[in-house]
Structure formats: structure tokens, C-alpha cells
Write a protein that binds this ligand. Structure first.
Ligand code: DX5
Length: 234
């Protein structure tokens, strides 16, 4: 299956999750990630209700914003994204990812994110079908297919998500949409090829980056190279 999109460079991008970072040194960790060559930074925002964990408020993100120049994406794992998303845009997040499962009026929410001047994106939990985003592909810049159940890092990649990735990629290509497909959860040198071959071009990794004994730069380059080779071969 060709992932060549008309006039769109669907190059493999690396988006680290800061979940495994040292929260006592978040600013320095963001600078180290930028120095390692990542393409953007993902903030895993959790409200303790949508997922059983609690993480970053907008002020925490804002405190690191001016330390780096890479784009920030806010992955809102929250039950009421409409109430919070404006705060994360103000904090400096260029991309706002809401969960389809948390949006009563997803079409309206995505339009509101665009109105704020941010890039709208929607995430799907593993059990949520691809059809949930079928009618909003014209509104988004990115679809996030979760490859773990959200809430914690260090979980095992769910390979049965690959057909879902491929289906959404097919819709994007057939429709001529300029939409990235992102995966998040268990992405490592061992799993990046399967996700990229299925059609993902933005790879979120937390543990695999921060736990690489050879460091962030090595992990970033390794996962990107594996993803690029798999996407080219598929
Ligand atoms: C799930 C989290 C994780 C994290 C990355 O809610 O969002 O997916 O970002 O986790 P690992 O450590 O699997 O890369």
C-alpha cells in the first residue's frame, strides 16, 4: 500500500511523551529532547477521571514554552476537553488532541480548536472504531490511534491496532486529506516498523526514548530510521 500522498511530505516524525521525564527538571528535559532532534513534544494531559492518572496543568506547560522552539501538542485525556482546551492553547500548545470518546459534539469541538488558531486532532482509544473519525477528516490535521489503553507509560504495544491505522490511512489518501496519523503507546525500535508500515507517520514514544542506554539522540534517530524504512517499504 502506498502512503504517498499528493504533494504532502508524510515523513516520519518523532514526538516524545514527557510522561517518563524527570518532573523536577521538566524544562531541562524539554531542552534535551529538542537537542536530541525530536520533531515536537507531546504533553500527556490527564484529569484523573478519563484516565486513572493526573498530570500536567496548562501553567506547567507554559513554564517550559519559551525554553524550546519545537511545537507542543496537548493530548487531552480529560472528560471535558471543551472546558480546558483554550487554556492549553494559551499555554503554547500548537496542536490540541481531544478524545472522540470524551466529545459529545466532536465536529463542533474540532471547529472550535481551529477557531482558536490551533491545529485540531482527535484520538481513538483501542476499542473505539475508526468510523468515529470518518466524518471529521476534513476538520483535523492529525488522527491519534492509541496503541495502548491511555493513562500510563511503559505498557505493551497493541498490534491489533494496525488494521485500524491502515483503514484511516486509506481514507486519508483516497480523500486527499492532509492528515498525519499518530500512534502512542509502546512505540519502540521493536514496534515502530509495524505502526509505520500500517500508515502511521508520527510516532509518540516515552519509555523507549528515556530508557535508551545510548541516550535520547540515539533513541530518536533509531526509531525514526526504522519507521522511515518501514514506510518506504510498505
Ligand atoms: C498513555 C500515555 C503513553 C505515553 C507513552 O496514556 O500517553 O502512551 O505517552 O508511553 P510509552 O512509555 O509506552 O512510550
Amino acid at each position: 500500500m502506498s502512503h504517498d500522498l499528493p504533494g504532502t511530505d508524510r515523513s516520519i516524525q518523532i514526538a516524545p511523551s514527557v510522561l517518563p521525564a524527570d518532573f523536577a527538571r521538566l524544562g531541562e528535559e524539554c531542552q534535551a529532547l529538542e537537542k536530541a532532534g525530536v520533531d515536537r513534544i507531546q504533553w500527556d494531559v490527564m484529569d484523573g477521571v478519563f484516565v486513572p492518572n493526573l498530570t500536567f496543568g496548562p501553567d506547567v506547560i507554559a513554564s517550559t514554552r519559551d525554553l524550546v522552539s519545537v511545537p507542543f501538542e496537548a493530548h487531552l485525556m480529560v472528560v471535558e476537553p471543551d472546558k480546558l482546551m483554550g487554556r492549553y492553547v494559551e499555554a503554547g500548545c500548537q496542536i490540541v488532541i481531544v478524545h472522540a470518546e470524551a466529545c459529545l459534539h466532536l465536529h463542533r469541538t474540532l471547529g472550535a480548536i481551529r477557531e482558536m488558531g490551533a491545529s485540531p486532532a482527535v484520538a481513538l482509544n483501542p476499542a473505539t472504531p475508526a468510523s468515529s473519525v470518518r466524518h471529521v477528516l476534513d476538520l483535523v490535521d492529525l488522527i491519534l490511534v492509541m496503541t495502548v489503553n491511555p493513562g500510563f507509560g511503559g505498557q505493551a504495544y497493541i498490534p491489533t491496532m494496525e488494521p485500524k491505522i491502515a483503514k484511516i490511512r486509506r481514507w486519508v489518501v483516497e480523500g486527499g486529506y492532509d492528515v498525519d496519523i499518530e500512534v502512542d503507546g509502546g512505540i519502540s525500535p521493536a514496534t515502530a516498523a509495524g505502526a509505520a508500515a500500517a500508515g502511521a507517520n508520527v510516532l509518540v514514544a516515552g519509555s523507549a526514548l528515556f530508557r535508551d542506554p545510548e541516550g535520547l539522540s540515539h533513541a530518536t534517530a533509531t526509531i525514526r530510521d526504522i519507521g522511515r524504512a518501514a514506510a518506504t517499504a510498505s
